[in-house]
Design a protein around this ligand. Sequence first.
Ligand code: URA
Length: 258
Amino acid sequence: MESLDFHTARALLDWQIELGADECISDAAIDRYALPDRLPKAAVKEAKPHLTKGPVKMEKRDAAAEAQQAAQSATTLEELRQAIDAFDLCDLKRGARNMVFSDGIAGAPVMIIGEAPGREEDRIGKPFVGAAGQLLDRMFGAIGMGRGNADAPIYITNTLPWRPPHNRDPKPEEIAMMKPFLLRHIELADPKVLVVMGNWACQALFAKRGITRLRGHWAEAVDKPALPMCHPAYLLRNPAAKREAWSDLLMLKAAVDK
Ligand code: URA
């Protein structure tokens, strides 16, 4: 193969990772065009004794019950992080590079619930580190709060801990499967108020979508006041909605300072 410059080689690798080929299983590439169409008879015979006769019995697992059990048995945030990491019934886990649990200061009065990790969050393993995250930091900075601000901290997590492929919308069954972990996360972090960002977080916590109607009105989730707000990614696409987001931030600050 002719040699490639660094940037081309890197772009090709990124492309393969996007396609899901993110694991090296052999030192040398296999030329599959050069393989014989059929296996030699001896190899087929060799393989046969391993095949079982009749239908293979698959053990049916109850994902909702397992998620509920794993979430409830966590008694600290660290145990919850480990329980999510060990949970292998959500297909999103297989396509993700990292599990994204939280950022900010646990125990903060404000807990922000986003949607799901995007490309940057998946790469780094922290929520809201891409363009939407930078806007989120500026928004909360404007009311004197921040994920690294010990005097007025915030705590951030997502509805889903793994990136949906190509940033597609979460599926309702993925949200339902991971919901016990989200509810337990809120219980263990025990904030004073929740900020529920965007439609998918509203779907998980209120079983409702329609963020432009829901925003700006206090609701309740896990026995806590919860303020739905437009997601910063939406605000990046619709800058005119920033005016309403500012009014929501002032509402939030008033509730926290009360
Ligand atoms: N959008 C989200 O909802 N969460 C993230 O972590 C990043 C982008």
